[in-house]
Design a binder for this molecule. Structure first.
Ligand code: ATP
Length: 218
């Protein structure tokens, strides 16, 4: 379903969100205070607007109140990011998602009601560290400090074994959500079917349990 988004701040983070949403067919309003950024965004936004997002009156004039979902991707200028978020929450916009620069910025954003807070550089650093420490991890989503979902590549150790043989939940305390075979995701795998090297397990669990699973079972 087509949705409407407003992206404030067209640095690398804001621009990539903008491009992806536009590519997915959504309506995207791209906002920046720099003319050059606005000219560039014409190629990947439904509408572009030159606006200083710290100015409550300007934000009100451009009709930001009509948006249900606004992403604040102002990076370096923490004060501007906080002020803009404050205005958006004062306008009662239901979903205000904000990029945070550091933990102090995060705390303030939380206090003023940001609905979701991102740390793209930190998150990407964690992801890359996970890939580096295990050649079997293909992808990774952090759910909390303790829990993750990982995609793990099966080695030849699984050849001829089934999910019943692996007995993952009892042995490791994590749960297989789905198996990817030949590019297709199967969310209801047959527990007695034989597995093969190259299959990809999508597993949820505590990080330590997931680590034990990767090391021992595969
Ligand atoms: P990235 O790492 O994603 O490239 P960054 O941390 O370098 O981002 P900045 O360059 O500081 O982020 O800001 C991103 C964009 O936000 C810039 O294009 C800047 O012009 C815009 N911006 C900054 N302040 C405002 C503001 N008050 N109103 C609108 N846009 C703003």
């Amino acid at each position: 379903m087509k949705k409407q988004f407003a992206i404030i701040g067209l640095g690398r983070f804001g621009t990539s969100i903008c491009k992806e949403l536009f590519h997915m067919g959504h309506e995207v309003l791209a906002i920046d205070k720099t003319e050059k950024k606005i000219e560039m965004a014409g190629a990947f936004a439904t509408q572009t607007l030159l606006c200083d997002a710290t100015d409550e009156t300007e934000l009100s004039k451009i009709g930001i109140r009509n948006f249900e979902h606004v992403i604040v991707a102002i990076g370096d200028d923490i004060q501007a990011s906080i002020l803009c978020t404050l205005h958006l929450k004062d306008f009662n916009i239901p979903r205000v998602w904000v990029k945070a620069q550091n933990d102090y910025h995060h705390k303030v954003l939380e206090k003023i009601g940001a609905d979701r807070i991102f740390h793209p550089e930190k998150d990407m650093g964690n992801r890359i560290a996970s890939f580096l420490t295990s050649e079997k991890v293909i992808d990774y989503i952090d759910l909390s400090a303790d829990y993750s979902i990982v995609e793990v590549l099966a080695s030849k150790k699984v050849n001829g074994k089934s999910l019943i043989d692996l007995n993952v939940r009892a042995r490791f305390g994590c749960t297989i959500l789905a198996i990817k075979q030949n590019g297709k995701v199967n969310v209801t795998p047959d527990p007695s079917e034989k597995l093969n090297q190259g299959d990809i397990f999508i597993v949820i669990g505590n990080k330590q349990d997931l680590m034990r699973f990767q090391e021992a079972a595969l």
